[in-house]
Design a protein around this ligand. Sequence first.
Ligand SMILES: NC(=O)c1ccc[n+]([C@@H]2O[C@H](COP(=O)([O-])OP(=O)(O)OC[C@H]3O[C@@H](n4cnc5c(N)ncnc54)[C@H](OP(=O)(O)O)[C@@H]3O)[C@@H](O)[C@H]2O)c1
Length: 233
Amino acid sequence: MASGTVVVVGGTRGLGREVAQFYADRGRDVVVTGRDQAVAEECAAEIGGSTRGIGLDLAEPHAIADRLSGTGDVEYLILAAIDRDANSVREYDIDAAMRLVTLKLVGYTEVVHALLPRLADDAAILVFGGLARDRPYPGSTTVTTVNGGVTGLVRTLAIELAPRRVNALHPAIVGDSPQWRDMAPERFEALVQRTPTGRLVTMAQVVDAARFLLENGAMNGIDLAVDGGWLCT
Ligand SMILES: NC(=O)c1ccc[n+]([C@@H]2O[C@H](COP(=O)([O-])OP(=O)(O)OC[C@H]3O[C@@H](n4cnc5c(N)ncnc54)[C@H](OP(=O)(O)O)[C@@H]3O)[C@@H](O)[C@H]2O)c1
């Protein structure tokens, strides 16, 4: 196995943390980021191995390069952070929308820009979007638009950064993720009914799909839905 660092932006919780844990458990050098330095360090200690934590706010992109300046050579870069914004065009919260758009589109891009000198030709980048891109719901206006932007980001980065590989992973609602595991039973059941496999996607399945996109040298410029067939309905 190669030896470069695995950097997980948004690795202090949820799906990003699961990916970080997977690679740390296999002896990889891992960096996890969250907004707060102390929380990121605490999380890194919990993950174990040589994991390090860095505090950076993607919604404050000018400070990102400085925060990442101590990072070594990077083999896998996973961009998983999110600060959810319930927003609609009728009751538009401009500040919340600007925060999420900045975080996911400008912040993610600035992380890539800052780490570019440390991304070798065989490095791979994975950007997390989500199926609100294709299946909007009331209140998803900013989430839906930024997840659409993730598709554009992956396509332009795959060209600009070639031969490095860049892919996106778009999960449906991940039933055992911290964000959703306490949802109301009626909602859970309605989601299950709409999913052809009859069960919600799990965090372990998302990690497996993330590994595929990061490690398979043929995967590039792909938007992979991990959804149990939800998009077929
Ligand atoms: N969970 C799902 O079912 C699901 C479904 C579809 C798509 N997704 C996508 O998958 C990715 C991970 O989702 P998740 O549910 O696992 O997330 P999560 O549990 O809510 O964790 C979010 C992560 O982002 C970090 N973060 C939040 N605001 C930040 C900011 N301003 N700057 C830097 N970091 C920030 C958090 O760190 P701190 O709190 O430590 O700051 C945390 O590590 C997201 O891109 C999401 O859109 C998830």
